[in-house]
Design a protein around this ligand. Structure first.
Ligand code: NAD
Length: 473
């Protein structure tokens, strides 16, 4: 067993540690989960809904401790509360949707009225969940909840970079005895992740594309389905005639939310050359109103990097862009203050697709802005990427921007705003395009059906076919 040291992003101190689970321990937990699943599913949907709602109430009671732990790992207070609220919201949302989604009425075959059939949903027994560090709690449960509603038990491995919320989380689970063996948490790094795959019947992974590929390979070898929610390089396109202050606010809000450490953050902006200079001026003005958050609840707008190494990646991308002719108008410098690694809102112009800043995931508070001449050129630039998570379009009206939105190859496109297709819009189903993921929508009620197999029960209520059907004609 290895002890893992955890860094506090506000001061750079390694002030928390935990014991990683051994492969044997993960296996034993999975076996217990598989045993618990029989009752969890067998007791029916109403039971599951009642128990999950009891857990939602327990989460609300434990909010102060959960928020404090999340804050210590991620250096942000408001978003930590939002994460807990989102998990409660998803529990209620999926519980409400489940009875209709999982309904299993008998139907008659169209070509034979004597034969009735019923499609029954048989959940995977143990669904493994592997999650990243940027939203430690919500990304550990956004997929676990529909799996639980479907009747699976879950084996969740949060990121080893941000594990502190696990202690108060376990306290909330312990308050609901029916969850024993149903919600299971294992802790550790990549090795524990691999053990989760080896012991699960389906796997959901949220994280980077390189790791996603390893997960997909391991899942293929084990012949289990893998649902992958991967990275993004979301574009925003600003057409001529757009409300520029609105576009600037919306783009900046997206790029700076969680200091840009968000898969669906706007990471590149294409602006009609006719309005480019005015847009950039407005962007700089608004960026000047934002300030660092130095402590919880201090009214600041953005925190330091959660994961120290991410700062270095962002810095390298900016240096590469500058070496190729880009100009940094604000921010752009990595600064370590009292152990915390900061970058202020960074606006970069004169960028191109020869720069990593415009083609690779950045995951930092950076807004690179590029001019375009025609809408065809803007569409080509927006789609010139291996990613296809989401994007945004701004135009003079919904109709014009909406027309452009249909040209974007991404799973969700916001019109005259950003980030509309994110998780809190429960109903909006969307799938990742290209390398941003695979395996159906995690949002919307049908996400529950990702965690079941279908068994057809077919009954003939008429006469059986006579033996003479075997005769050669
Ligand atoms: P990561 O891929 O490094 O790690 C994610 C998880 O995988 C961690 O729990 C880690 O321990 C585990 N892991 C690492 N290697 C493994 C292996 N070989 N086998 C099994 N498990 C392994 O991702 P990260 O750096 O924690 O998170 C940032 C990434 O997540 C970004 O690329 C971001 O875009 C992506 N992300 C995607 C979404 C989405 O919904 N599409 C949401 C948030 C973050």
């Amino acid at each position: 067993m290895a002890r893992i040291q955890v860094r506090n992003p506000r001061n750079g101190q390694f002030d928390y540690s935990f014991e990683a689970d051994s492969t044997e321990a993960v296996q034993a937990t999975a076996e217990a989960a598989r045993r618990a699943q029989v009752d969890w599913f067998g007791k029916g949907l109403e039971h599951r809904i009642r128990v999950l709602k009891a857990w939602a109430a327990a989460l609300e009671t434990h909010t102060p401790a959960l928020a404090q732990a999340l804050d210590a790992d991620t250096a942000r207070s408001r978003i930590s509360h939002e994460e807990i609220g989102a998990v409660v919201y998803f529990i209620h949302g999926f519980c409400e949707a489940a009875p209709e989604v999982l309904a299993q009425p008998f139907k008659k075959f169209k070509n034979n009225a004597d034969v009735v059939f019923k499609t029954t949903y048989i959940p995977y027994q143990v669904v493994g969940v592997i999650s990243p560090w940027n939203f430690p709690m919500v990304l550990s449960f956004i997929d676990a909840i529909p799996a639980l509603v479907a009747g699976a038990t879950v084996l969740v491995k949060p990121s080893e970079v941000t594990p502190r919320f696990v202690d108060p989380l376990l306290a909330s689970i312990a308050e609901v005895p029916e969850l024993e063996g149903v919600i299971n948490i294992v802790r550790g790094g990549p090795e524990v992740g691999q053990a989760v795959i080896a012991n699960s019947d389906a796997i959901v992974f949220t994280g980077s594309i390189p790791t996603g590929r390893k997960i997909a390979v391991a899942a293929a070898q084990a012949f289990i389905p893998a649902f992958l929610e991967l990275g993004g390089k979301d574009p925003a396109v600003v057409l001529a005639g757009s409300d520029l202050p609105r576009a600037a606010t919306s783009i900046l809000r997206s790029a700076l939310y969680n200091s840009g450490q968000v898969c669906y953050a706007i990471e590149r902006v294409y602006v009609d050359e006719k309005v480019h200079d005015a847009f950039v001026e407005e962007l700089i003005r608004q960026a000047g109103t934002l300030r660092r958050s130095l402590a919880a609840h201090d009214g600041g707008h953005y925190g330091p990097f959660i994961f120290e190494k991410q700062g270095a990646i962002v810095q390298r991308q900016i240096e590469d862009a500058v070496a190729k002719g880009a100009r940094v108008l604000t921010g752009g410098q990595l600064e370590t203050v009292d152990g915390a690694v900061w970058m202020d809102p960074t606006i970069v112009v004169d960028v191109g697709h020869n720069m990593a800043l415009m083609t690779e995931e950045t995951f930092g508070p950076v807004v690179p802005v590029m001019k375009f001449k025609t809408e065809d050129e803007a569409a080509a630039l927006a789609n010139d990427t291996p990613y296809g998570l989401s994007g945004a379009v701004f135009g003079p009206d919904t109709h014009t921007a909406g027309d452009f939105a249909t040209r974007m190859f991404a799973g969700g496109v916001s019109i005259n705003d950003t980030e509309l297709p994110r998780g809190m819009q429960f109903e909006g189903e969307k799938t990742a395009f290209k390398m941003s993921g695979m395996g159906g929508s995690r949002y919307g009620s049908t996400s529950i059906l990702r965690y079941v197999r279908k068994r057809a029960l077919i009954a003939n209520e008429g006469a059986v076919k006579p033996l003479n059907v075997l005769e050669e004609a």
